[in-house]
Write a protein that binds this ligand. Structure first.
Ligand code: ADP
Length: 331
């Protein structure tokens, strides 16, 4: 026991030390003095023997070690409690994200269905009852509004899907359906879809491969290519083209999306694969401004879980190439 001035027995010990034979030994840990151990002789004793002195010094060293061990184990316990609390908070956050995402997804699905139904009914009107020019004009306006709402809803759907993916990744419950897929076909499909959605943009596809088999989740690979492509389109001017390259790199198939947007410095490139990261100063040049900084994080997770890698080559002022690889299956 260490008795300092605040200890209730301090006065008693102090007077003992004043009245009788006392020996003090240091409690050292290496060079550090962590306390002093006091020994009081019995009243009849006149001096401490050599053995008693050696024993007292040994006890001083031992006490120092015991105190240090106690301190370390308390620190470890505190760290463990902190880690548990952090883990629990992360789990709660993920559960929350999961619930919020699903709560959002249900109304979106309903709204999407209703918009499609309304558009179909209006279209039918243009072919039948609505015969006056005014009627036709109103129907056209309504159709334009509906198309705009559908586009907005598409963006909301993407955000909600990203949130759902994130909570699945964090809770380790993201499931991939791996099948033999022709990567050439997947890339062509996504490029075609993008060309239809952004007919004012030039999107080119370059490959000398007829077919490239990979073992992958087709939908998820399309999601990655779409994400690279939509980023390339939205962060560059609408006058600039976007190029997709597909080829081989050793045993891997490689897809690269090249844009002529702002480009990123090495420092900026470091963090883009982290979740919720958006590069300060990089603004949306064409299309929608919505973004949570989740897309690239999800892409990296999806590709790595299918045995591939992601990366970026970029020069400020000259644009960027975002690429990914997947192990090729020789058939
Ligand atoms: P976001 O939804 O914000 O686009 P991403 O995860 O897809 O999320 O991208 C993260 C950030 O990386 C973006 O916010 C943007 O700052 C930067 N970024 C992504 N793609 C490009 C690109 N082709 N050119 C320049 N910056 C980009």
């Amino acid at each position: 026991m260490i008795i300092d001035r605040t200890h209730p027995s301090y006065q008693q010990v102090h007077s003992l030390a004043e009245s009788g034979l006392t020996m003090f030994v240091p409690m050292r840990l290496g060079e550090t003095l962590i306390g002093i151990l006091a020994f009081y002789a019995q009243e009849s004793q006149e001096h401490f023997s050599d053995e008693q002195q050696v024993l007292a010094e040994a006890m001083g060293s031992l006490a120092a070690l015991l105190i240090e061990r106690e301190r370390l184990s308390m620190t470890r316990e505190e760290a463990f409690t902190r880690e548990l609390a952090a883990k629990e908070a992360a789990q709660q956050m993920d559960a929350f994200l999961g619930i919020v995402s699903h709560e959002l997804k249900t109304p979106i699905t309903v709204i999407k269905g209703n918009l499609q139904l309304a558009a179909r009914k209006l279209l039918r009107l243009t072919q039948g009852v609505a015969s006056t020019e005014d009627d036709m004009e109103s129907v056209k306006t309504a159709l334009t509004l509906l198309a705009r709402s559908q586009r907005q809803l598409g963006m909301q759907t993407r955000l909600v899907n990203d949130l759902i993916d994130i909570s699945r990744i964090q809770t380790n419950s993201l499931e991939l359906q791996l099948n033999l897929q022709d990567l050439v076909h997947l890339v062509q499909e996504v490029v075609e879809d993008q060309r239809m959605l952004t007919s004012n943009r030039q999107v080119t596809l370059h490959t000398s491969e007829q077919e490239l088999q990979v073992l992958a989740d087709g939908g998820r690979v399309e999601q990655v290519i779409t994400n690279y492509l939509t980023n390339a389109l939205k962060y560059s001017e609408s006058s600039k083209p976007v190029e997709v390259n597909l080829g081989l790199e050793g045993a891997m198939a490689r897809v690269a999306v090249r844009d002529y947007g702002p480009g990123l410095t090495l420092e900026q490139q470091q963090y883009i694969w982290e979740r919720f990261h958006r590069v300060p100063g990089i603004s949306v040049k064409s299309g929608s401004g919505i973004g949570l900084g989740l897309g690239l994080y999800i892409c990296k997770q999806l590709i790595e879980r299918q045995g591939g890698q992601v990366g970026i080559e970029s020069t400020p002022g000259q644009g960027s190439t975002f690429w990914f690889t997947l192990p090729r299956v020789q058939t």
